[in-house]
Design a protein around this ligand. Structure first.
Ligand code: NAP
Length: 285
């Protein structure tokens, strides 16, 4: 009997998860079908209840439901509880277990693709939404030295900072900044890593074609990590290259979080090469 895994989010038209997850199932010739389940805000509880049907193995969760879904799980595996967001649901018996594989995927890409070790480093994080939450907790766990969070809606940055503060060690520093603050230029010029966790630059969004930071504001020695993965070469990465900075795009994090989800649903090793090839193919279409 065919089993199903779904992606819960809204809207989903441009998601590439169905492409690379289905490629991984097909590689092993397992009878699992990955579907896009568009769930409008307000319909989340009934969508989660639907996962309990015998035909389903679980789901991925994306914008805007990662935080809302956490309270609908029977159990949360760390770090989902600490972060307060779930991007993978696994059905075990009659229980739905919520996982967060974004945080590990964020660090795995940083370490494996860019050779960057966050311990004792100065990091500036742009954004305070769902992915900024996973990235902040991951950086704190990886013993980042100083973390500065900048967000358009300052209250959202304050809320994230107040949650993260409880996980900080005495050696770690956390600060907030507003776009346009005079001291922001100083933070930008002295950081080791800049992470874009905003949707600025994302294809098919109102922010398509824009960069959150101009080339003149980027220091040559910094690593610029743009979590936006579509397009693969974002305006921010283009600006960073112009400034002589090292760059890392968001595609590897996306595939790594998906690979971890695949392993949770199937107990098989994720075919990373197949998943990367399918993800790149989907973005180039
Ligand atoms: P989200 O929760 O909706 O947060 C969006 C963030 O972008 C907020 O901080 C928001 O600021 C900021 N923002 C949006 N438009 C802005 C503008 N015009 N000026 C300044 N700030 C703006 O979304 P998310 O889940 O965190 O995702 C953010 C981006 O990361 C998306 O492009 C998503 O595709 C990408 N992402 C990548 C991965 C990966 O694996 N590579 C995983 C997840 C997400 P406000 O709080 O002020 O609204």
């Amino acid at each position: 009997m065919t089993k199903y895994v779904g992606l819960i989010g809204y809207p989903l038209k441009h998601s590439i998860s169905p492409d690379f997850q289905q490629a991984a199932f097909d590689y092993y010739e397992i009878d699992i079908h990955y579907e896009a389940w568009e769930v409008e805000p307000g319909q989340l509880s009934s969508a989660v209840a639907g996962i309990r049907q015998p035909r389903n193995l679980g789901a991925n969760v994306t914008v805007p439901h990662k935080e809302g879904v956490a309270s609908l799980m029977d159990e949360l595996e760390e770090p989902a509880h600490e972060i307060g967001a779930v991007n993978v649901i696994v059905k075990r018996g009659d229980k739905l277990i919520g996982y967060n594989t974004d945080a590990d995927a964020f660090l795995r890409a940083l370490r494996q693709e860019a050779g960057f070790e966050p311990q004792d480093k100065r990091v500036i994080l742009l954004g305070a939404g769902g992915v900024a939450r996973a990235a902040s907790f991951a950086l704190v766990r990886a013993k980042v030295g100083a973390l500065t969070i900048v967000n358009r809606t300052f209250e959202r940055a304050e809320a994230l900072a107040s949650d993260v503060r409880g996980s900080l060690s005495q050696r770690q520093r956390l600060s907030l900044a507003r776009w346009g603050d005079a001291e922001l230029a100083e933070v930008l010029s002295s950081c080791d890593l800049m992470v874009n966790c905003t949707s600025i630059g994302m294809k098919h969004s109102p922010e398509e074609g824009r960069s959150p930071v101009a080339a003149e504001q980027i220091a040559g020695g910094v690593l610029v990590y743009d979590l936006v993965y579509n397009p693969m070469e974002t305006p921010l990465l283009a600006s960073a290259r112009k400034a002589g900075a090292t760059v890392l795009g968001g595609l590897s994090m996306l595939v790594y979080q998906g690979a971890a989800a695949f392993e949770l649903w199937t107990d098989r090793e994720a075919p990373l090469d197949i998943m990367f090839e399918a993800a790149r193919g989907a973005l180039e279409r």
